[in-house]
Design a protein around this ligand. Structure first.
Ligand code: SER
Length: 316
């Protein structure tokens, strides 16, 4: 078997830097190449890096061959809110880049591919509470449509060609190192930054909007646990439901106020309210727990303490 060499595409995004560090710990810094369309930022400057526009298929293939890559984590995408501003571009970027990676996996015999799906793949007639793994999926955002279609393509490549592709339906991810970009769940990150720096926050979702959420270290753990699991334990090849907690803006504000009593919140819902209202409030992730042993660590209280403590140390 060839030595494992990993390429991350979209490593400059919210999840990318932390996932890169997780992969450094498993495979060593020398065997992990981070890539993004932008120049490297922050911690990514410390490791191996290639500037890559994933829409340039030839450059992607050339890079995969040159570094003898065996595993790809394809994280580049336009998220739910930005996708609505240019739906045609969101479709093109999200779908074509996934197909390039799946084609590369087949042509170049990659050992494994990781591609994230999302709670956005569900829609308004999906059961909202404890949303099951297999249920109605009728996404209303172009981002969600690309995630549902992408899940189908992943399963197709697995069934038809045996490509070992694995995926998770992420809930909103909350971390303090890298800001998110263009999502509907982003309020749950922003609120912590504003609580520390300005002591006040105006939320773009209504106070009682429940959404499934996960702390960054759990999201990294879920991804690496899935990717490290023996292939026979990965029984779902579209995408696994994963969850950790579910809360609404009023709850996270009240939890922050226990630690920052002067913190205030106001509400001004915008177009993202309709997107949030079309998504599940909580997720049933029993298959992930049963098949490959998924366990989360952080709930709202533990996460709040981590976020506030770490952000208080970072200069604004
Ligand atoms: N966090 C993403 C978003 O809000 C959901 O996958 O778009």
């Amino acid at each position: 078997m060839k030595k494992t060499k990993v390429l991350l595409i979209g490593a400059g995004g919210q999840l990318g830097a932390e996932l890169t560090q997780g992969l450094w710990r498993i495979y060593g810094q020398d065997n992990v190449i981070a890539s993004d369309i932008k120049d490297p930022q922050g911690i990514l400057k410390e490791g191996r890096y290639e500037k890559l526009d994933v829409m340039q298929r030839d450059k992607l293939f050339e890079l995969l061959k040159r570094h003898e890559i065996t595993q790809v984590y394809h994280l580049a995408a336009l998220l739910s809110a930005t996708g609505e501003k240019d739906p045609r571009w969101a479709w093109k970027l999200n779908m074509e880049s996934l197909l390039f990676v799946l084609e590369a996996a087949l042509e170049l015999n990659l050992h494994k591919v990781y591609w994230p799906s999302s709670i956005a793949a569900f829609g308004p007639t999906t059961p909202k509470g404890n949303t099951p793994q297999d249920t109605i999926m009728d996404p209303t955002t172009v981002y969600g449509i690309t995630k549902l279609a992408g899940e189908r393509w992943c399963e197709y490549y697995f069934r038809r060609y045996g490509v070992d592709v694995r995926s998770l339906r992420y809930p909103g991810i909350i971390g303090w190192k890298t800001p998110p970009g263009g999502g509907t769940t982003d309020y749950a990150v922003d609120i912590f930054f504003k609580a520390i720096r300005e002591k006040t926050y105006t939320c773009f979702l209504a106070p009682d909007t429940y959404l499934p959420m996960m702390y960054m270290s759990d999201a990294v753990k879920a991804t690496l646990d899935l990717m490290e699991a023996p292939a026979e334990q990965v029984k779902i090849r579209s995408s696994y439901n994963v969850s950790a907690m579910s809360f609404c803006p009023a709850q996270v504000a009240a939890t922050i106020q226990k630690h920052v009593p002067e913190f205030t919140i106001a509400y001004q819902p915008d177009f993202r309210q309709a997107i949030a209202d079309s998504w599940p409030k909580s997720i049933d992730d029993r298959p992930a727990r049963e098949h490959w042993g998924w366990r989360h660590q952080f709930g709202l209280e533990e996460m709040t303490i981590e976020m506030l403590t770490n952000l208080a140390r970072v200069p604004a």
